[in-house]
Design a protein around this ligand. Structure first.
Ligand code: Z5A
Length: 212
């Protein structure tokens, strides 16, 4: 019998919503319950493209806005063969940010059209579940100051949140909103339950193509 495929699970959300914390906890919990799972994060700063992006985010170099958008997308595409292989082998992938961040962040810049921003990511592996970690700016501020990287200002993050809200109206994507203001453990329980359901549902379904 062919092996059941793993699920593609994405965590999105505003700055400091707890995406990385929750991705790590979810992968650990899945592995402990005997389900193969691995974490991926975008941008993947380890590749040649990822290093360019990292230098841009750290403000060590400037890149033209369209160019950097396409680099973020290329950084996802370069991982697609590996992602597909892992999913086919039955490994669930837990992804910290994906194409939705790509679109939300670039379209928050002046002069960018949402459809143009989506186009380079059309056809990427489609997530079986996208959880949006919802956190108010006041709660986020209680978790610490913004860092030094590009985009880490409250005005820009507010526009990004609005772009995410627009993207979440798309019913072709399985969006689920998570209350990220709860304790780390409570958020984890919520995310784990939804993820287990998604893993079960994805097992016998073909992997879809995003925005196609
Ligand atoms: N970007 C883009 O422009 N285009 C793209 O295509 C992609 C990304 C993919 C990447 O940043 C930047 O690139 C990002 C978007 C842009 N720019 N911004 N802003 P990154 O991936 O290097 O870092 P990040 O994603 O911005 O991380 P983050 O948002 O700051 O954090 P987080 O992952 O959501 O949260 P965390 O690190 O798990 O937790 C933050 C703190 O809160 C930490 O001290 C935790 O201990 C604490 N925490 C977490 N959960 C809780 C709860 N429940 N209660 C209390 N405290 C908590």
């Amino acid at each position: 019998m062919a092996c059941k495929r793993g699920a593609l699970i994405v965590l999105e959300g505003v700055d400091k919503a707890g995406k990385t914390t929750q991705c790590n906890k979810l992968v650990q919990a899945l592995q402990q319950s005997g389900k193969p799972a691995e974490m991926i994060r975008f941008p993947d700063r380890t590749t040649t493209i990822g290093q360019l992006i990292s230098a841009y985010l750290e403000k060590k170099r400037d890149l033209e806005d369209h160019t950097v958008h396409l680099l973020f997308s290329a950084n996802r595409w370069e991982l697609v063969p590996l992602m597909k292989k892992k999913l086919e082998q039955g490994t669930t992938l837990v992804v910290d940010r994906y194409a939705f961040s790509g679109v939300a962040f670039t379209s928050a810049k002046p002069g960018f059209d949402l459809d143009w921003c989506k186009s380079p990511d059309v056809g990427l592996p489609k997530p079986d579940l996208v959880m949006f970690l919802q956190l108010s700016p006041a709660e986020a501020a209680r978790r610490g100051q913004f860092g030094e990287e590009r985009y880490e200002t409250s005005v820009f993050q507010k526009t990004v949140q609005q772009k995410f809200e627009h993207l979440m109206k798309d019913t072709s994507v399985n969006w689920q909103v998570i209350d990220a203001a709860k304790s780390v453990d409570d958020v984890h329980e919520d995310i784990k339950t939804r993820s287990l359901n998604a893993i079960l549902a994805a097992q016998n379904l073909p992997l879809g193509e995003l925005w196609k």
